[in-house]
Design a protein around this ligand. Sequence first.
Ligand code: MG
Length: 291
Amino acid sequence: MKFATLSVNNQPVVAKVDENQKAYIPLLAGKEAISDMSWLIEGFEDLRAKIADGPAIPFASATLLAPIPRPRRNILCVGKNYFDHAQEFARSGYDSSASSAADAVPKAPIIFTKMPEAVVATGTRIGFPDKTSSQLDYEAELGVIIGKAGLGISKAEAMKHVFGYIIINDLTERQIQAEHKQWFLGKSFETSCPMGPWIATADDVDEKNLEVQCRVNDELRQNANTRDLIFDIPTLIETISRGMRLMPGDIIATGTPVGVGIGFSPPRFLQSNDRVDITITGLGKLSNTIA
Ligand code: MG
């Protein structure tokens, strides 16, 4: 199943995406429309038998919000989780986490976070952090949505905690990322976390074999497969939950493949009016234009 959050009369409405993606079916709990995706995710095991379909809304007339418009907690993100991207990042001179080519590829997952307020929907225009910044870069990523809480989750149990998957653009201001020698400031500015268009439930997706593609103004820049993740999803869940309880609605961005702007020489940063389209098998298209 695919779940989206729509804006209907300026109110959020959680809906199923129909089979042929022609309409959205708002979900009802009793007679009430469900408005909060986090609530649906948290109670899904109990709710799934009870939710009913409301009247369909044609695709073209709906405005999509981010499926979880304001996550309850920071988005958890993984740095350098594809081999070729780790190499391009080290070569670029922007990677303050690697002191030599020898440690370009991490031996354990690198985890950082983005603020919930950075989340925006497909179709939202992306801003620069401020007037002095000019090194905006895209990062196409598979996002994992946690469904079931857990602390100290083992790899063997990890997939039982996954609710579904989503496309994320881990937008980054490279100069800030390099200058401050950490990944939070350059990745948490407003509008830096486009997410959507919808969540596909785990049973809908073969997460080990998904094509991840990113186009800038229709030019293919990133083209990879999730089978090439250095640290797979069970490893990421085991790592993160070691001392931190994962909660329903938590989001893990699994890292970006080779082909980001700083991988080019000279770097190809995003410019005003550039359009970034990210597609992942079965997860639709996330499309945003730079303001
Ligand atoms: Mg990233």
